[in-house]
Design a protein around this ligand. Sequence first.
Ligand code: TRP
Length: 404
Amino acid sequence: MASAAPEAEKKEEREEQEQVVNPWEVSAGKGGIDYDKLVDQFGCQRLDATIIDRIGRLTGRPPHRFLRRGLFFAHRDLNEILDVYEKGEKFYLYTGRGPSSEALHLGHLVPFMFTKYLQDAFKVPLVIQLTDDEKFLWKNLTVEESKRLARENAKDIIACGFDIERTFIFSDFGFVGGAFYENMVKVARCVTYNKVVGIFGFTPEDHIGKSSFPPVQAVPSFPSSFPHLFSGNDQLRCLIPCAIDQDPYFRMTRDVAPRIGYQKPSLIESRFFPALQGENTKMSASDPNSAIYVTDTNKEIKTKVNKYAFSGGQDSEEKHRKLGANLEVDVPIKWLNFFLEDDDELENIKKEYKEGKLLTGEVKQILITVLSEMVERHKIARALVTEKMVDAYMARRPLPNMFG
Ligand code: TRP
C-alpha cells in the first residue's frame, strides 16, 4: 500500500531514522545526537541536580566536573545504589573496554577518569572487563592481536590511577570459565534469539558469535561471577559507569537478573565525547584528525586543535568583536567544559568569548594548554606502568581491603 504521509512527515521520519546508537554504531541525525530522544527511547532516567547533589552529600566531596557539566547525563536506578550506600552498605563498580586500538583517545579515557573518581569517592571495589573476545568477533583481529591490545590498553587504564587494592582487571580470553561461565549460560537460557535481534539488530547473515557474546558482557554485573572477590555476597549491588551506547547490553542484563535470582545492576551513562569537527558523532578511531590521542605530541595537539577544532567564532576579527562567538557549536568550549576543572575560570572564558572579548585563537590556546598538560600527565603515568604491574592488577586474587 502506498504511504499517504505528507512530505513533512516523511522527512521527519527520515531524520528520526538517521539517528543510530548501539554498541557498534553511533551516527547522529541532522542536528547531532538527540540525547533527550535517546533517554526516552532506551527508557533510562535523566541525571538531575537533586541526584548530583546527593552524590556530593554522600561522598563528602564536590561532584566530578563530568557530573556538574552534564557529560554523564542519564542513569538507571542510581538512587537505589545511593539508598543502599546511605544505609552503610557497599556496592561495586563494573566498567570495561573493547581493546580494538593501540592508542586510546581522550574519549576513551572519559569513562575511566570518571570511574576512578567514583572509586575514590565511594571507596568501593572495581572490576574492569577487557573484551578481547568481542573485538575478535567484530573486528578483523586475530586472537593473539586482541589479547596483545587488551594488555596494552590495560596499561593506559592503570595509568588513570586505579587503586590496586580495590581493582581487578581481567580479559575475557584469560578469565572466562568457572562461576563466570555458569552465569553466562544462566543468562543465555533466558534470552531468545528474537530478543537479541530486537535489542542488537543482528541479521541472519551475522555469524553466531555475535549473538552469543552479550552474556559475556552481562555477567560481570553479578557478584557471583567473581568468587575470589565477592564469595558469599551474591546480592551485592553493582554500578556500571559507561557511555550510553552500551545501554543495550545492560537492558538485557537487567531484564534477566531477577529471573536468575540476582540484583539488577544500576547504570550511570555518559554522552559521547564530541569529535574535533563537531557534535555530530563520537570521535572515530579511523580518523586520527577527529581526536586527540594520549600518545599525541604537544605539536600534534596544537596542530589538531588549531586546524580541526570547529569554531563558533566569527570569520573576521572585526565581526567577532562585534557579534561574539556562538558557544553552542564551538568545540573548544565543549572540550573545556569537560576538561577545565575551575568553574569560575570556565564561566569567565565563556562570557568573554561570547561577548567577543576573547578570540577563537585565544580560546584554542587555553584548550591546547589544558590538553597538553593532561596528555603529558598521562604519558608519565603510563611510562611507569610495568608488565609486572599489569600482572598484579590482572591477578585473580582476593582484595581484602576493598571496602576499607
Ligand atoms: N563493549 C565495550 C566496548 O566495546 C567494552 C565493555 C565491556 C564495557 N564491559 C563494559 C564498557 C562495561 C562499559 C561498561 O568498549
